[in-house]
Design a protein around this ligand. Structure first.
Ligand SMILES: O=C(O)CCC(=O)C(=O)O
Ligand SMILES: [Fe+2]
Length: 233
C-alpha cells in the first residue's frame, strides 16, 4: 500500500488541494479490495459502534466505526497516506497561523491523541440505500485534529447506485457558501479538509470553513470507507 500511495502524483494532489480544496486519487483500491471492505459491513465483531444517521439528525443511512486492531488494509491506508498529508497539513497550518505541527509518523500523532483521551479509532464504513443521504458535517472528535481526511468509494456509480454524490462546501468569511460535487470512480479516494483550509485572497491568506456530505441516493446501494487520522474521545 505504501508503494501504491507513494506512486500517486503528490505534487498535483497538493496543487489541487490548494486550488480547489480537494484532490482525487484515481482508482486506488482494487475491485477485490472494494468487495472485501463492503463485505465487512455484516461482521459486527469488527466494529466498536454503529450509527443510524436519522436518529441523530445526521441524514439517512448508517455507518460503523471499526475497532482496533484495524483490518490490515485500513491500518496500511492510514500509515501510507499520513506522512504525505502531514507535509501539506504543516504547510497549511503555517499559512493559517496555527501553531500545531504534525510529526512525520502516524504512530507518533496517534500517541498525541491517545495521551489526551482520544483513544477510539475513527476509520469507518458508511452504507446508503435509496433515499439516503449524509448531511454536511465536519469529523471533529476532540482537541486533536488532523486537518485532512480521505474517503473511498467502494461501489460502482451508475451501476450499483444512482445519485449519492460526494459534496463539499466552503464557507468564506463574509461571503456566500460555494459547493463542489466530486465525481468518484469505484475504488477512488477523495482527499479533503476536515474543518478548514487556507485560501489566498487579495489581502493575504484567510481561513475557509469546509463541510462535506453526500447527496440523496436515487436508487441502489452505496458504500464508502472513511480514513480519519485523529482518534476520538
Ligand atoms: O459517504 C461519503 O462519501 C462520505 C463519507 C464521510 O463522511 C467521511 O468519510 O467522513
Ligand atoms: Fe464525514
Amino acid at each position: 500500500m505504501k508503494k501504491r500511495v507513494g506512486a500517486l502524483d503528490w505534487a498535483n494532489i497538493a496543487k489541487d488541494l490548494d486550488a480547489h480544496g480537494y484532490a482525487t486519487t484515481g482508482a486506488l483500491l482494487t475491485e477485490k479490495e472494494c468487495d472485501a471492505l463492503t463485505g465487512t459491513y455484516a461482521h459486527e465483531e469488527l466494529f466498536r459502534s454503529r450509527v443510524v444517521m436519522a436518529r441523530h439528525g445526521f441524514g439517512r443511512g448508517e455507518y460503523q466505526y471499526f475497532s482496533y486492531p484495524l483490518l490490515p488494509i485500513l491500518a496500511e491506508l492510514r500509515a501510507a497516506f499520513y506522512p504525505l498529508l502531514s507535509d501539506i497539513a504543516n504547510r497549511w497550518n503555517e499559512a493559517m497561523g496555527i501553531d500545531v505541527r504534525y510529526p512525520r509518523e502516524h504512530a507518533e500523532f496517534l500517541a498525541r491523541c491517545h495521551a489526551s483521551e482520544q483513544t477510539r479509532p475513527t476509520p469507518l464504513i458508511l452504507r446508503y440505500g435509496p433515499g439516503d443521504y449524509n448531511c454536511l458535517h465536519q469529523d471533529l472528535y476532540g482537541e486533536h485534529v488532523f486537518p485532512l481526511q480521505v474517503a473511498f468509494l467502494l461501489s460502482e456509480p451508475g451501476a450499483d447506485f444512482q445519485g449519492g454524490e460526494f459534496v463539499l462546501t466552503e464557507q468564506r468569511p463574509r461571503m456566500q457558501s460555494r459547493a463542489e460535487v466530486v465525481p468518484l470512480a469505484r475504488g477512488e479516494g477523495v482527499i479533503f479538509p476536515v474543518h478548514h483550509r487556507p485560501v489566498q485572497g487579495t489581502r493575504g491568506i484567510y481561513r475557509v470553513n469546509m463541510r462535506h456530505g453526500v447527496s440523496r441516493l436515487r436508487s441502489g446501494e452505496r458504500y464508502t470507507v472513511g480514513i480519519i487520522f485523529h482518534d476520538a474521545k
